[in-house]
Write a protein that binds this ligand. Structure first.
Ligand code: SAM
Length: 111
């Protein structure tokens, strides 16, 4: 990932279904400006606490990625750990549209 989508070229990263922030923290350490979204409030609470303890500047939002409302655009979106594969065809279309609407021109998604 780092070789294909370097943080200096794709600085604003959106982590969809970020869970407790395991990858979000690695992305932040690698140099991305990370925003994580998950519809598990427990995971988001854990992720926020963990980032604060580690002094990592990550934005986490308790949201459904099928109806994203983020007031910002991203260079790079990721869905880690087979989340996309678990979605129905209809939900895949919805999430791809949501991601598209939240990407800058030339932005990328990695699933
Ligand atoms: C298999 S876990 C992966 C977590 C994280 N990406 C990782 O690899 O550690 C899937 C995550 O996606 C979240 N999730 C599933 N559907 C979602 C949706 N519609 N909106 C937001 N989060 C969702 C779950 O709550 C869960 O935290």
């Amino acid at each position: 990932m780092l070789a294909l989508f370097r943080p200096k070229d794709y600085p604003q990263l959106l982590d969809l279904g970020c869970g407790p922030g395991i990858y979000g923290e690695s992305f932040a350490r690698a140099g991305y400006q990370v925003t994580g979204v998950d519809f598990s409030s427990r995971s988001i609470d854990y992720a926020k606490k963990s980032a604060a303890e580690k002094k990592l500047n990550i934005d986490y939002f308790y949201q459904n990625y099928l109806s994203l409302e983020l007031n910002r655009k991203f260079d790079f979106a990721v869905m880690i750990y087979c989340d996309y594969g678990a979605l129905s065809t209809e939900k895949r279309k919805i999430v791809l549209k949501e991601v598209y609407d939240h990407l800058k021109p030339g932005g990328k998604i990695l699933v």
